[in-house]
Ligand binder design. Structure first.
Ligand code: ADP
Ligand code: MG
Length: 162
């Protein structure tokens, strides 16, 4: 399979961003770390909502921003999705780890999505990960760049491209 290290998309509605998230989740067979950057309202949570659909979660699994609780755990899909929002973490990686938020990385099938990873830039993510940058271009237009760090996530991008 060819090495795909980066894919670029432009979406014109929240529904299109969700559809892209759904496609990414279908390309992830199991276990992935997904770091999502982009200003407030850029579409990160919308993307995760689509990912849950791609994991064949029942429609009553409602995806909302975990800004105040830091982490939501969504079961009911093909694998568990851990949705973390580091926006309000003031103490960096130490606070993140003390809150038990690193433990989900040990779930062998889990998909971990992190909004605002730059708030915990001192966390040393080990191993393979997917990085997504959301850019707010116009009221309804978002540029979405998805990058792979290693072989496994590169294979995910190759499947996403198909
Ligand atoms: N192309 C688009 N992609 C994603 N969201 C969009 C798009 N166009 C408009 N929106 C709106 O922007 C907002 C994105 O919010 P959200 O997904 O919570 O962003 P974030 O998690 O990055 O703060 C929603 O109100 C959504 O309806
Ligand atoms: Mg959000």
């Amino acid at each position: 399979m060819s090495i795909v290290s980066e894919l670029n998309f432009v979406t014109s509605s929240a529904a299109e961003t969700e559809a892209l998230g759904e496609r990414l989740a279908r390309a992830i067979i199991s276990h992935a770390l997904v770091l999502m950057s982009g200003e407030l309202g850029a579409g990160k949570t919308s993307f995760v909502r689509g990912m849950m659909r791609g994991l064949d979660a029942p429609p009553d699994v409602r995806v909302t921003s975990p800004t105040y609780v830091l982490q939501h755990v969504y079961a009911g899909g093909r694998c568990t999705l851990y949705h973390i929002d580091a926006y309000r973490i003031a103490g960096g990686g130490g606070e993140f780890a003390a809150g038990g938020l690193m433990e989900c990385l040990d779930d062998p099938h889990g998909i971990v999505c992190v909004e605002w990873p730059e708030k915990i830039s001192d966390v040393s993510w080990s191993g393979d990960r997917i990085t997504i940058e959301f850019e707010h271009r116009e009221p309804t237009v978002r540029a979405i760049r998805i990058a792979a760090s290693e072989e496994r996530s590169s294979a995910v991008l190759a499947r996403l491209q198909q």
